[in-house]
Design a protein around this ligand. Structure first.
Ligand SMILES: [Cu+2]
Length: 165
């Protein structure tokens, strides 16, 4: 009798877990409002595992305040290694985020130009150097990237990543 109760509760527990796992795996796209609410580039994915890179994408940054290419397409779930080359004579950086976050960050950078930041959603590259940024895109939609060195964002140093399923 006791054994039967134990088995029954074990089944009940595993059912709860199974349902929980299913709910967690739910692939419904996140609503735009939710995306913007959670901030800090979390909306567009997470830092990628360098050992699980799907492919590399080369991006060039230069002193005309442009990224080349400035439009990148990825499939949802892909882990991209951005190989970011600075062919200019001043420092540039590539920061992934939503345009709202990037604007707020750019404003902060104007206030505190010396602000150091080394979040996993960005890479700063000195002139003539190449940096890398590994990112996994887990949500479909159109996201942005920008150079937030003061004045560069304002000069139009921005680009887009489109994530399709
Ligand atoms: Cu720049």
């Amino acid at each position: 009798m006791m054994t039967r109760i134990l088995i029954a509760s074990a089944i009940a527990v595993s059912l709860v877990f199974a349902t929980g796992a299913r709910a967690h795996d739910d692939k419904k796209p996140v609503k735009k409002e939710e995306r913007q609410a959670d901030g800090h580039a979390a909306a567009l994915g997470k830092p990628g595992d360098p050992l699980k890179v799907t492919r590399s994408v080369e991006v060039e940054m230069n002193d005309t305040m442009r990224f080349r290419p400035d439009s990148i397409q990825v499939k949802r779930g892909e882990t991209i290694r951005f190989v970011v080359r600075n062919s200019g004579k001043v420092k540039h950086e590539m920061v992934l985020g939503t345009i709202k976050e990037l604007k707020e960050h750019a404003a902060l950078m104007r206030k505190f130009p010396e602000m150091e930041h080394a979040d996993p959603n960005q890479v700063g590259v000195d002139p003539g150097m190449t940096g890398e940024l590994v990112w996994q895109f887990t949500t479909d939609g159109t996201f942005d990237f920008a150079c937030l060195v003061p004045g560069h964002f304002e000069a139009g140093m921005v680009g887009k990543v489109r994530v399709d399923r």
